[in-house]
Design a protein around this ligand. Structure first.
Ligand code: FMN
Length: 211
């Protein structure tokens, strides 16, 4: 499949074949894709929670307006943001850079000091908004990887984040859920699979500035 064929093939899957499980090696590809997603300043203020047991899926289904894709998916990926983006969090990032690239302290110091100062000025809400943008980027990246790997998926905002946080005990982990991506293989009777894509005309959404 070309990239465009993969993007045409994918759709927001409303019902998965509950018998078909995404193999572990494919799930690993998705986990690595999450981690390879670029983030602002490279700070990675996010974690991906992976749910595959049916009991937890059933609990989450109750808090996602009973949307079938949550119940029938092979796995549910929950995109979470870190709630504590503080000095320690930023320092850890620079420790990692130093370790992996062996970059000397004096080279790293100006950028590290800039980030420490910049983030100390941000309110909790500003940091949350910033981190949330990063998970939106990650889900976009993973939707494309899912399509390339022929894994079906449904990006979703339609769930109760507070209830998800409770079920998955995210507060203890310093996390908040923002988006979910049930993944699996489309059910034969998912009528949405055959629907034509509805998009604005290309001319309408692309502005070729120099023409
Ligand atoms: C951020 C985001 C949130 C979405 N939330 C839901 C949702 O809660 N439930 C759902 O069935 N579809 C949801 N969708 C799917 C969109 O409705 C769908 O992607 C869009 O209509 C385009 O259709 P396509 O993905 O099949 O091409 C969401 C999509 C995005 C990008």
């Amino acid at each position: 499949m070309t990239n465009l064929e993969a993007l045409e093939w994918r759709y927001a899957t409303k019902k998965f074949d509950a018998e078909k499980i995404v193999p572990e090696e494919k799930v690993t590809i998705l986990k690595k894709s999450f981690n390879l997603t670029p983030t602002s300043y490279g700070l990675q203020p996010a974690k991906l929670v992976v749910v595959k047991d049916q009991q937890t899926k059933e609990a989450l289904y109750e808090h996602s307006a009973k949307q079938q894709q949550v119940l029938t998916a092979s796995h549910i990926l929950i995109f979470c943001i870190e709630t504590e983006i503080d000095d320690f969090f930023i320092e850890e990032n620079f420790k990692r850079i130093k370790e992996i690239r062996e970059t000397p302290d004096d080279i790293l110091a100006p950028f590290r000091d800039f980030l420490l100062k910049d983030f100390r000025k941000k309110s909790r809400l500003e940091k949350e908004d910033w981190a949330t943008k990063q998970v939106y980027l990650a889900i976009g990246n993973m939707l494309t990887v899912c399509a390339a790997e022929k894994i079906d998926a449904c990006p979703m905002e339609g769930f109760n984040t507070k209830k998800f946080d409770e079920v998955l005990q995210l507060k203890n982990k310093g996390l908040k859920s923002k988006l979910i991506l049930p993944i699996g293989y489309r059910a034969e009777d998912d009528i949405f699979a055959d629907f034509k894509k509805v998009r604005r005309p290309l001319d309408d959404v692309i502005v070729d500035f120099n023409n």
